[in-house]
Design a protein. Structure first.
Lengths: 254, 363
């Protein structure tokens, strides 16, 4: 059963160097994301990954197409959608001078809930930092704290925008474990990433985006079978990075 | 009307402010220092004018004259020889030297006294010469035994002793409330946006009205606390007088805070970067510091500027506060100020609701 259904989603923005013309940041994206899966969206910079997520989260107006999350239309009922999704944005700064516990309490209040901050901090292994300020956390701790904030409303769907960008290998693996734990408990997780290993080992299915369009969408295994360039004499080999480069080319992006 | 969420968020904003020792310090520092400095300047009596006297006469009239000058609190008299006193005058130790001629008596008419001054000090001359002349006239009357035709009987009714500090306090408080309000809504919003906090709030179910209400609640408390601290300092430490009704006074404070919170929300919505909001903020704040009668009355400004000065929002607020504090005006008596405040409230509110679009501000 699909928990997220996206049909022909489109978003136009004015061109950065010529404001009178527009371009499609997202151009007819359709996705079916199943309940309980980890779904990865890959793509070079500027492919439209973040814009797609932000349309699903209600941050950016949908110009064309339709997005439904758990039966609720994002355009007509944005506040109902916000109630049941958890969001981690790329920027993860918070109010200065409030401790992690105070911030989690605040997020709870935003959902009209009284929460147990220690429980949430336990989930993301930050109990000992309860009294710390976000400014004093390391990169990995900040990302885990962002996820804790995204969990205050026990969301059905968790959106993670490049959760491991900039993390060291230990922090990265630690975060993958956290994502898997949450997923084991039944949470649907949608994430964007530049990390091919992450897509391959963490995601049940992935979509590869380029120039605002989805160029492929399947399980990592079948994508490798279909798209990885296969030298004639070798048996099955290759990885998602090969698939990614085969589909989006080697040209440098911004 | 005020929801639990609004109170929760307002408390957090208050905590954020109270934990930011630096901004508390600086928002109080300027007005406190300002008042203290002016307090000392206006408290002390004017320094006596140091005057040298060369008495070349040995008449009774001359010594009477010198005696009177010595007794006068206005002068600090040094008697001596002309040569020495002239040196002291040149060295800047004396403001002037008065030379009484050898012939100095009540019987002579047209005795000329010489006054040696240093050009650098002559700005005091306009004040001193009439005093000297008055002393001379008194002595002359004594000699001629005539009674003055007119005397002034000065009666101090002690209704209120208006000092510059009394005048300054309401103006400084109005200025402080403007600063705190604009910083609270305008500057903070831009900072929250820069950090991506507004975006993060936007993906939760919070309604923009909840966000705005909590900022207003928090800032209103901050303004009331800071102004009360300032006022307590002024009244108890510097002996400043507030004679009007405190409740009316605070009503004007609250209305004024609303005006500048609205204007702050406008600034925060227009300006996208910290630098931009500072620049635009200064355009709003700076002219009002000088034109809104904070430090000196608007009536004393050039006539050309006055019409503009009178309609600035801070002018209405500071005038209203001052009329209550200094003259004990009732709310009815400050209706013109209240009308001006209301007009600015409406302008600010309409602009703020137009400009503050939650989705655009957050992104």
């Amino acid at each position: 059963m699909s928990i997220i259904e996206v049909e022909n989603l489109a978003k136009q923005y004015p061109l950065p160097d010529n404001k009178s013309e527009t371009f499609f940041a997202v151009d007819g994206v359709s996705l079916q994301i199943e309940k309980g899966e980890i779904f990865g969206i890959l793509g070079p910079n500027g492919a439209g990954k973040t814009t797609t997520l932000e349309m699903l989260e209600g941050l950016v107006d949908i110009d064309d197409g339709k997005a439904v999350i758990d039966g609720i239309n994002v355009q007509t009922d944005p506040f109902k959608v916000k109630e049941m999704i958890g969001v981690q944005l790329q920027a993860n700064e918070y109010f200065d001078n409030l401790s992690l516990v105070e911030l989690l309490d605040l997020f709870g209040a935003l959902y009209n809930r009284v929460i147990n901050p220690e429980d949430l901090l336990g989930k993301v292994h930050l109990v000992e930092k309860a009294k710390a300020k976000p400014a004093n956390l390391s990169g990995g701790q900040k990302q885990r704290f962002s996820i804790a904030c995204a969990l205050v409303n026990e969301p059905k769907v968790l959106f993670l925008d490049e959760p491991t960008t900039g993390l060291d290998p230990q922090a990265k693996r630690n975060l993958w474990d956290l994502v898997l734990e949450l997923n084991d408990a039944g949470m649907t997780i949608v994430l964007t990433t530049h990390n091919m290993e992450e897509a391959e080992s963490l995601c049940n299915r992935i979509a590869i985006m380029d120039h605002g369009k989805i160029v492929a969408q399947d399980t990592p295994q079948s994508l490798i079978m279909k798209h990885a360039p296969e030298p004639p004499e070798a048996p099955l080999h290759g990885n998602i990075e090969d698939v990614f480069l085969a589909l989006t080319g080697h040209a440098l992006r911004d | 009307m005020i929801s639990k969420l609004q109170i929760h968020l307002a408390k957090d904003f208050l905590k954020i402010f109270l934990r930011d020792r630096q901004s508390i310090f600086f928002s109080l520092f300027f007005p406190v220092i300002f008042m203290t400095v002016f307090g000392f300047m206006s408290n002390g009596e004017q320094d006596p004018i140091r005057i040298g006297i060369v008495n070349q006469s040995n008449s009774v009239a001359a010594s009477d004259f010198v005696e009177e000058l010595i007794e006068s609190p206005v002068f600090d008299v040094t008697a001596g020889l002309e040569e020495r006193l002239r040196e002291e005058l040149e060295a800047g130790e004396l403001t002037m030297v008065l030379v009484l001629p050898e012939v100095f008596s009540g019987t002579n008419v047209g005795t000329e006294l010489r006054l040696l001054v240093d050009a650098a000090q002559v700005q005091q001359l306009g004040f001193i010469v009439p005093l000297l002349e008055q002393t001379l006239i008194d002595i002359e009357r004594e000699f001629r035994d005539t009674e003055p035709m007119f005397t002034l009987a000065i009666e101090d009714v002690q209704a209120r002793s208006q000092s510059y500090l009394d005048f300054l306090l309401p103006g400084l408080m109005a200025f402080t409330l403007m600063q705190l309000s604009i910083a609270g809504s305008g500057f903070n919003i831009v900072e929250f946006r820069r950090k991506g906090i507004l975006k993060r709030l936007f993906v939760t179910p919070i309604q923009p009205k909840d966000f705005i209400a909590s900022i207003v609640l928090a800032r209103m408390s901050i303004v009331l606390i800071q102004l009360s601290v300032l006022m307590a300092f002024a009244v108890f430490v510097l002996d400043v007088n507030i004679i009007g009704n405190i409740a009316s006074f605070y009503l004007v404070v609250i209305l004024g805070t609303f005006i500048f919170l609205n204007l702050g929300f406008c600034l925060g919505s227009i300006a996208k970067t910290q630098q931009a909001v500072m620049a635009v903020g200064n355009i709003v704040i700076f002219p009002q510091i000088f034109l809104s009668g904070v430090f000196y009355p608007i009536e004393s400004m050039p006539a050309l500027i006055q019409p503009i000065a009178y309609v600035l929002p801070l002018s209405f607020v500071s005038t209203g506060m001052r009329d209550i504090a200094n003259e004990g005006a009732s709310l009815l008596a400050i209706v013109p100020s209240l009308i001006g405040i209301t007009v600015w409230l409406v302008i600010g509110f309409v602009l703020a609701t137009r400009l503050f679009v939650w989705k655009e501000v957050a992104n």
